[in-house]
Write a protein that binds this ligand. Sequence first.
Ligand SMILES: Cc1cc2nc3c(=O)[nH]c(=O)nc-3n(C[C@H](O)[C@H](O)[C@H](O)COP(=O)(O)O)c2cc1C
Length: 403
Amino acid sequence: MEFRNVLFTELKLRNMTLPNRIIRSATYEGWGEADGTPKPELADVYSELARGGVGTIITGFAFVSKVGRAMHPGQCGIDSDDKIGPWRRIIAKVREANPDVKLVMQIAHTGRQTRRQVTGQPVVGASDRPCTYFRQHPRVLDDNSILDIINDFAYAAYRAIRAGFDAVQIHAAHGYLIHQFLSSWTNARTDRWADRPLLLEKVISAVRSKCGYDFPILVKLSAAEDRSPGIRVEDTIETAKRLEKLEIDAVEISYGTMEYALNIIRGAVPIDAVLRVNPMFNRIPGLLKSFWKKFCAPAYLRKFIPFEEDYNLQSASRIWSETELPVICVGGIRTLESMVGIIDSFGIDAIALCRPLICEPDIPRKILSGEFTKSKCTNCNLCTIYCDSQQPLRCYQKKGNAQ
Ligand SMILES: Cc1cc2nc3c(=O)[nH]c(=O)nc-3n(C[C@H](O)[C@H](O)[C@H](O)COP(=O)(O)O)c2cc1C
């Protein structure tokens, strides 16, 4: 089928009509003040995407509470009412750039995937099993603390509405708190939360009752992960069936956790940049770094799965076949042929892009004018590694964007 009839048709999710099937997947932008207030420059990032023809923009993960903050220094939040005004001003500017663009806020709680040095509070989790990457023992959440977190998600979503967002996406992927409850690797509970999808269901219900029936709710899930026992595609199908009963509006299918963070995105592992920028490594003295690079890095590199195009498509397709939920596929989508095929041949409802749009924010416009067949993104992954620096997000392959 002609690409225009596949990619550039509307998709209705509850009361939100996406102008086309190309979504900017949630992407940390690094434009938050120290307290998580979004800086005005974030409007320029979204406006460029909106002018470039992306139908829907999902924000980088916004924290719902301070204890749920990530290690990235410029993360934005939606944890307090004083952040509504700054978000509202950003949205107004983006709508000036393109009034049709749909704006979705991704809301998240990091659980054990953060550091006490960042949150100023003990790290919390579904169980006391530490994340091998962050290496801090979580305090096990009790029933009351879990109910507080559910409330935090509901209030965060309500603030997103008041700021003018069209929808929220609940981040239940990549090893963050909700994922920790979904996974048998981290959920060793014996209370009611041993029913692994229960926290996600309660968060969805709380968001719905706070925000009303018309407000669309999207969910991002990791279909599988690098641990065993852990989430398998069959578990995710079961979770998706339960979400179907709650009438969520779409599920985006991703992969993995921060334990093997580069398996979420695949591609190069830029070791030198990791040793320079990452707070887990950058304080190691130079000589030890050289030792680590020579003797430990080979084993470290073997943990990573090589890049493959459309690497979440099989999982997304299974979830699409076994549920009635609208499905968004993300991960390694790089060519026009793939974008069209994922929707036209597999029936998936929309595709989401992250790194290709960091590299070229106007891909949809280029598709329409015949200038795009393949993304220029090389999966060098420097954009990812620099999320841990004070630098806002950018593509390091572009001329003038030195490290
Ligand atoms: C720099 C960077 C920041 C990201 N930030 C987020 C985020 O805030 N929330 C999220 O769910 N995924 C995040 N991701 C993952 C992407 O949304 C996406 O799932 C992944 O990059 C695979 O898509 P791609 O191959 O099109 O890059 C990020 C990825 C990158 C490279």
